[in-house]
Write a protein that binds this ligand. Structure first.
Ligand code: NDP
Length: 293
C-alpha cells in the first residue's frame, strides 16, 4: 500500500498570511500604501456572518484596512449596486467582496457585474474569468488559487500530469481547470452527467473534488499515489458524537483514500484555510496593480 501524506493547509495558510503581512508592511514603508478590503454582507445568513467576521479579522491581522458593510435583508438590488459604485470610486478600497448568497430577489449576476474588475478580489467578474481563460493577468477565484498553491508547493512542476476536476461551478471547478491547464496539465472536467466517473477519476495524477456531496469519491476511484484535493465542505449528522451532533466531511471518503492516495487534503484543515489567505493575497495584488507597483 501507498503511504498517504496529509497536506496541512492550515499551516500553509498561516505561512502565507505571514508572508502577506511582511509584504503589506513593506508596501506601507516604501510606498505609503495600505491595501484595503471592503466586504459587503446582506442579511443574516449565519454561515456568511462567520465568513465575514473571519475575513475582517484576518485582513486586520495582515496590517490591511478592513471596511465592513452590513445591510438588512430588505436591501434592494439598486441600493446594493449604488454601494458597489461608491466602493468602486473609493481610493482607499482595493478589493470589493460581496458575500454570497444574496437574498432572494437580488440578481447576483447584476451585482457581481457592477464590481470594477480591478477590485474584484473574488475573481467572479466575467472580465476576470475571461482574462484567466485567455491567459492574461487576472484576479483568480480564491479557492482554486489556494488549491493550486498547495499543488505546486507539494509537487513542483505540474507539467504533463493528468488532472481530473470533479465539478464545473464558476467559483471552483471551472477556474480550477483553467489554472491546471495553464500549468500544462492534461485536464478533464467531470460533472453530474459524466459517464463512469469512477474510471475517469482513476486516470488522475491530480484529482480535485468540488462537488458538495459528502464522501462521494471512493477509495477505488483514486489512482495509487495520486494527489487528492478535497474542496468539499459538507455538514453531516454524527450520531457517534451524541444525539443531534454533526461534523464536517469532504467530498472524498478520506478513510478509504488512506493507503491509496499519495497526498490528500483533509477536511477540515486542508483547502478551507487557504481560501481567506488567497483573498488577502488577491487584495495585495489588486492594490499593487492599481498603484502600478
Ligand atoms: P456547486 O453546487 O456550484 O457545483 C457542484 C458541481 O458538482 C456541479 O458542477 C455539479 O455538476 C457537480 N456534481 C453534483 N453532483 C454530482 C455527481 N453526482 N457527480 C458528479 N458531479 C456532480 O458547488 P461549488 O463548486 O460551489 O462547491 C463545491 C463544494 O466545495 C461544496 O461542498 C462547497 O461547500 C465547497 N466549497 C468550499 C470552499 C472552501 O473550501 N473555502 C469554497 C467554495 C466551495 P452539474 O454542473 O452537472 O450540476
Amino acid at each position: 500500500a501507498v503511504e498517504t501524506r496529509p497536506i496541512d493547509g492550515k499551516a500553509f495558510a498561516a505561512g502565507l498570511r505571514d508572508e502577506i503581512k511582511a509584504e503589506v508592511a513593506s508596501l506601507k514603508a516604501s510606498h505609503g500604501l495600505t491595501p484595503g478590503l471592503a466586504v459587503v454582507l446582506v442579511g443574516e445568513d449565519p454561515a456568511s456572518q462567520v465568513y465575514v467576521r473571519n475575513k475582517g479579522q484576518q485582513t486586520i491581522e495582515a496590517g490591511m484596512a478592513s471596511f465592513e458593510h452590513r445591510l438588512p435583508a430588505t436591501t434592494t438590488e439598486a441600493e446594493l449596486i449604488a454601494l458597489v459604485d461608491r466602493l468602486n470610486a473609493d481610493p482607499a478600497v482595493d478589493g470589493i467582496l460581496v458575500q454570497l448568497p444574496l437574498p432572494k430577489g437580488v440578481d447576483e449576476r447584476a451585482v457581481l457585474a457592477a464590481i470594477a474588475p480591478a477590485k474584484d478580489v473574488d475573481g467572479f467578474h466575467v472580465v476576470n474569468a475571461g482574462r484567466l481563460a485567455v491567459g492574461l493577468d487576472a484576479l483568480v477565484p480564491c479557492t482554486p488559487l489556494g488549491c493550486l498553491m498547495l499543488l505546486k508547493h507539494h509537487l513542483g512542476s505540474l507539467s504533463g500530469l493528468e488532472a481530473v476536476v470533479v465539478g464545473r461551478s464558476n467559483i471552483v471547478g471551472k477556474p480550477m481547470a483553467q489554472l491546471l491547464l495553464k500549468e500544462d496539465c492534461t485536464v478533464t472536467i467531470a460533472h453530474s452527467r459524466t459517464r463512469d466517473i469512477a474510471a475517469v477519476c482513476r486516470r488522475a495524477d491530480i484529482l480535485v473534488a468540488a462537488v458538495g456531496r459528502p464522501q462521494m469519491v471512493r477509495g477505488d476511484w483514486i489512482k495509487p499515489g495520486a494527489t487528492v484535493i478535497d474542496v468539499g465542505i459538507n455538514r453531516v449528522p454524527a450520531p457517534d458524537l451524541g444525539e443531534g451532533r454533526t461534523r464536517i466531511v469532504g467530498d472524498v471518503a478520506y478513510a478509504e483514500a488512506l493507503g491509496i492516495a499519495g497526498l490528500i487534503t483533509p477536511v477540515p484543515g486542508g483547502v478551507g484555510p487557504m481560501t481567506i489567505a488567497c483573498l488577502l493575497r488577491n487584495t495585495v495584488t489588486a492594490a499593487r496593480r492599481r498603484a502600478g507597483i
